[in-house]
Design a protein around this ligand. Structure first.
Ligand code: ZN
Ligand code: ZN
Length: 369
């Protein structure tokens, strides 16, 4: 399998310039720079136009850029030359007239500095130009995402088989992160959420000191990051004791909502229509007040990427997109259930990339005596 084609990515981005009303773009979003150049460091920008492709960086990265980025000019600055001066020099030399910047990634301070130093070009605000390209994963990216899923799934297998009533949320997080690394991950794709009972009712809780034995419900939201920077994102709830009838009902409702939504994923479907499939199931069961977040999101180099699956998202699914589907019901002070899988939109429908079992009976953990 050959690697990513950065030249073709940059050409596709260049083709969006006319519509955006720009003749050059200053890319400062870290993941966007990585996507377009292969550079894995930080604090570096890419200047892109038809005639000039320049990585703006500093002396820490001289060797790394030479190794990682081919076919690009490089402007390495020293500590006395701020980024805005380096950028202004490149813009002047390349004779840009309408210079786009990434409104989602440039700080107000950086913008002011550029504005003060660039006289020859007009600064034009842009949003999502590279992010829209990143929505559709190419073949190589899909192999990376599958790898990130493999690392996450092997990792949770270790957690599950070593689960004990006297473990804390923090213990589990440590075991999980170490296990994913042992299967090749550079680390977790994001800070794993490990929540016993009431902690699981907080959709974005941190792992704390509760013991597994303190509730029959344990929620884990986790993923791995590959060496290439791609991520996975799953959630499972484990049943570690005797559950109430309400717990079982909530679990079955979330699972049904998730399966209905996944079934609706195909090219041409709007994100809000897919979201509505899950929301309807949860509302019919009387839990709509307890499902506040969107249904899911794209992911790849970042854990949250375009597209967004929410009740107000008009975005349309296309082959090659990879999204999470993660409905949840959170009963404050009691427990929360969220079930999250990673789905690829295919030419004819979808493929569920994740394979950790998700039925209620699969969630029941028997402790070793
Ligand atoms: Zn997640
Ligand atoms: Zn997610």
């Amino acid at each position: 399998m050959s690697g990513p084609n950065y030249i073709s990515r940059r050409s596709r981005l260049l083709r969006t310039f006319k519509n955006a009303g720009i003749d050059a773009l200053l890319i400062s979003g870290e993941s966007n720079v990585r996507y377009l150049t292969g550079f894995t460091g930080d604090s570096s920008w890419l200047y892109l136009s038809k005639t000039a492709k320049v990585v703006l960086s500093d002396s820490r990265y001289t060797t790394q850029i030479a190794n990682e980025c081919s076919g690009l000019d490089v402007d390495i600055r020293d500590a006395r030359r701020p980024m805005s001066v380096a950028a202004a020099d490149v813009v002047k030399k390349a004779k840009a007239r309408r210079l786009g910047f990434e409104a989602d990634h440039l700080t107000v301070t950086q913008h002011s500095a550029l504005h003060a130093r660039i006289e020859s070009a007009e600064l034009v605000s842009t949003s999502g130009l590279t992010e829209r390209l990143r929505e559709i994963k190419d073949k190589w990216e899909l192999t990376q995402i599958r790898e990130a899923i493999y690392q996450a799934e092997r990792g949770i297998g270790v957690v599950r088989s070593s689960l004990r009533p006297d473990q804390t949320e923090r213990d589990i997080r440590y075991t999980l992160e170490a296990a994913m690394r042992s299967f090749g991950a550079t680390g977790p794709g994001f800070e794993p959420i490990v929540g016993v009972g009431p902690t699981g009712a907080l959709p974005h809780a941190h792992a704390g000191d509760l013991l597994v034995s303190e509730s029959p419900m344990l929620l884990i939201d986790w993923g791995a990051e590959t060496r290439s920077g791609y991520r996975s994102d799953l959630t499972r709830v484990f049943v570690t004791g005797r559950v109430t009838k309400q717990m079982r009902t909530v679990y079955e409702t979330v699972l049904k909502a998730q399966q209905k939504a996944i079934a609706a994923i195909k090219p041409g479907a709007t994100c809000k229509a897919v979201d509505a499939m899950a929301r309807k199931v949860i509302a019919n069961a009387g839990f709509d007040k307890f499902f506040g977040h969107g249904l899911g999101h794209g992911f790849g180099l970042d854990i949250h990427e375009s597209v967004r699956m929410s009740p107000i998202s008009e975005q349309v699914l296309e082959p090659g997109m990879v999204v999470t589907v993660e409905p949840g019901i959170y009963l404050p002070g009691k427990f929360g259930v969220r079930i999250e899988d990673d789905i690829l939109v295919t030419n004819t429908g979808h493929e569920v990339l994740t394979s950790v079992p998700r039925e209620f009976d699969d969630a029941v953990v028997e402790f070793l005596a």
